[in-house]
Design a protein around this ligand. Structure first.
Ligand SMILES: [Zn+2]
Length: 103
């Protein structure tokens, strides 16, 4: 899986930390365990919503305080969603922005 954060943490693009976790069998770089938790949880939720077994790419915009608007891609399909988390990394809100469109 690729994300649009190419220089640092897969979730927030920070470069100050080095924390690795396997997501879907792939070793990914995060700045800390909280970002890894958020990312892992988010991937799980996207899969639940879409029924996809795997994501090829995730594009993330925004941050902790403004919330995040994202696009996940699987082949030619894409899924637009929005999520917010608490400061401990717990999911506060997760919703599809494609409500009217079948996935
Ligand atoms: Zn991070």
């Amino acid at each position: 899986m690729k994300t649009n954060n190419e220089t640092g943490c897969a979730l927030c693009n920070s470069t100050w930390g080095e924390y690795y976790r396997k997501i879907d069998g792939q070793k990914m770089l995060f700045c800390c365990n909280i970002c890894a938790d958020i990312f892992e949880d988010m991937v799980k939720k996207v899969k639940e919503e879409t029924g996809w077994k795997k994501l090829n790419e995730v594009e993330l915009h925004g941050n902790y305080s403004t919330s995040r608007n994202c696009v996940a891609r699987h082949g030619k399909k894409q899924f637009n969603y929005y999520f917010r988390t608490y400061s401990n990394g717990e999911m506060m809100e997760f919703r599809s922005k494609d409500e009217n469109k079948p996935i």
